[in-house]
Design a protein. Structure first.
Length: 119
């Protein structure tokens, strides 16, 4: 893993996240305010799901800021995946500043009903 340099104008912070189970899958919803699709990276490194996003603020062309509260930000979050997650079926969608990740559980790991027969 590479180390990131932090300057006064950039901060690295974890993205706020909700995790739920829906329709037999694990759903992660992560806040990524101001992050565009081109500045978002979702990858798997071994058993680790890594999510990184970069919020870029447009520079003003003329003049100076009188107040500057909106900052550039780097989001970084890591999740350890267990063996029940199908690593080939992870889906990601960025919608209105929220990253939706669907982690499909392997069919062999899902609960199933056993039919009982009588003789």
């Amino acid at each position: 893993m590479e180390k990131k340099e932090v300057t006064k104008s950039r901060r690295i912070c974890p993205a706020r996240c909700d995790i739920s189970e829906e329709n037999g899958n694990i759903i992660l919803r992560m806040e990524m305010p101001g992050v565009m699709k081109d500045n978002l990276d979702v990858k798997i490194d071994g058993d680790i799901l890594v999510v990184e996003g970069k919020k870029e603020i447009p520079r003003i062309k003329e003049g100076e800021f009188l107040v500057q509260e909106i900052r550039h930000a780097d989001y970084h979050q890591e999740f350890t995946l267990d063996d029940t997650i199908d690593r080939n079926r992870i889906e990601a969608e960025l919608k209105k500043g929220i990253l939706h990740l669907t982690l499909h559980i392997k069919e062999s790991e899902k609960p199933r009903k056993i039919n009982v027969v009588t003789k």
